[in-house]
Design a binder for this molecule. Structure first.
Ligand code: GSH
Length: 339
């Protein structure tokens, strides 16, 4: 609690400083200290989750590891700071973390007034509702009068207010800062509905006593483009995080993955040559070595590999690619070209 208050004060000061003095140099700082400090969620299976040995995995964790691989050629040169939704922005503004990769929705306010920059989208999502099957509800439109469990400091809170107001339904919010408190309250029946990003519902459902007794309703009530975030005013670091994500998406599009990347270095395809640093000085222009993307792909994989490993149909989350499929495969995942 104390830390939250302190970082809130620092966070406010830093936000003002960001807006006026534009401090830079995160890449140099990261190189000097030898690791990336990455803000992640406190435990969201498939996205950022520690095992019993403190080893973090997930789609969001992979973005942190990919940045470490781009800077150091080593995906392990990263330290993780678990942050609640409420704490996350002050932690980034104050410099406690170098970047945030934590199921964070790109919104206008966050991208402007908070002094932050979104480096892209690593998961296109939308907000949904989960209920007990025994409630007998099949549509969110039947939720009038419900007690709704959710997290504080999120877009979720705001969307649910909009949705119930627009549909002229009464509701009661039961909100907590920590996600596990939300899960517990919902599981204990203190609320009828659990609402968050649909990917979050798929992840948190796994923590319930009897996951099969719950269903996610069909309505998707918002756009939640989730992606990594950096401080405003540091274009070099912004570029690096942005192009790390783009490299993973471009690698999938070009058919380059962690298994074939060494072979692919011999490819005649000029786009692959540029991606892997065989031609051009794209890494140098980012302030890292020219094999930056090779290192990302070799050690972390392309976007599709990361998706399949962490959240895809063969994982406990079982999320279909949907919107997150590549733009030429029916989705909207698209990266500008490396040239
Ligand atoms: N995408 C929304 C919601 C993000 C959010 O914090 N969701 C909760 C519920 S899924 C969460 O991440 N919990 C995991 C944790 O705090 O470790 C936002 O950016 O405001």
């Amino acid at each position: 609690m104390k830390r939250t208050l302190k970082s809130l004060v620092i966070g406010t000061a830093a936000a003002i400083a960001v807006a006026t003095t534009a401090p830079a140099g995160t890449l140099d700082d990261v190189k000097k200290k030898g690791f990336v400090q990455c803000g992640v969620s406190q435990g969201l299976p498939g996205f950022s989750n520690p095992d019993d040995k403190g080893n973090w995995t997930g789609l969001d964790v992979d973005v942190c590891r990919a940045v470490a691989a781009a800077v150091f050629g080593d995906p392990n040169k990263v330290k993780f700071t678990p942050l609640s939704a409420k704490e996350r922005f002050t932690a980034l503004q104050s410099g406690e973390v170098d970047m945030l990769s934590r199921n964070t929705t790109w919104t206008a306010t966050r991208d402007t007034a908070l002094g932050l920059n979104f480096a892209g989208v690593n998961y296109y999502d939308g907000q949904g509702f989960m209920v007990r099957k025994s409630l007998g509800v099949t549509s969110a439109k039947q939720l009038g009068g419900a007690a709704v469990c959710t997290n504080t400091g999120t877009t979720t809170e705001l969307n649910v207010a909009d949705y119930f107001r627009a549909n002229k339904m009464q509701y009661e919010v039961v909100a907590f800062e920590k996600s596990d408190e939300v899960v517990k309250a919902y599981d204990e029946g203190r609320c009828d509905v659990y609402t968050t990003d649909r990917s979050g519902l798929a992840a948190q459902r796994l923590k319930l006593k009897n996951p099969d007794e719950h269903i996610v309703l069909p309505e998707i009530i918002s756009k939640e483009p989730l992606g990594p975030v950096v401080r405003q005013g540091d274009d070099q670091w912004f570029d690096l995080v942005k192009w790390t994500l783009f490299a993973m998406v471009n690698a999938e599009e070009l058919g380059v993955n962690s298994k074939n990347v060494d072979e692919m270095k011999k490819s005649n395809n000029p786009a692959i040559k540029r991606l892997l640093g065989v031609e051009g000085k794209f890494g140098e222009n980012l302030g890292v070595s020219n094999d930056w993307a090779y290192n990302i792909i070799k050690h972390v994989g392309n976007y599709g590999e990361s998706y399949d490993r962490n959240v895809g149909p063969k994982t406990p989350l079982g999320l279909a690619r949907g919107l997150n499929a590549l733009w030429n495969k029916g989705g909207i995942m698209y990266a500008p070209p490396i040239r």
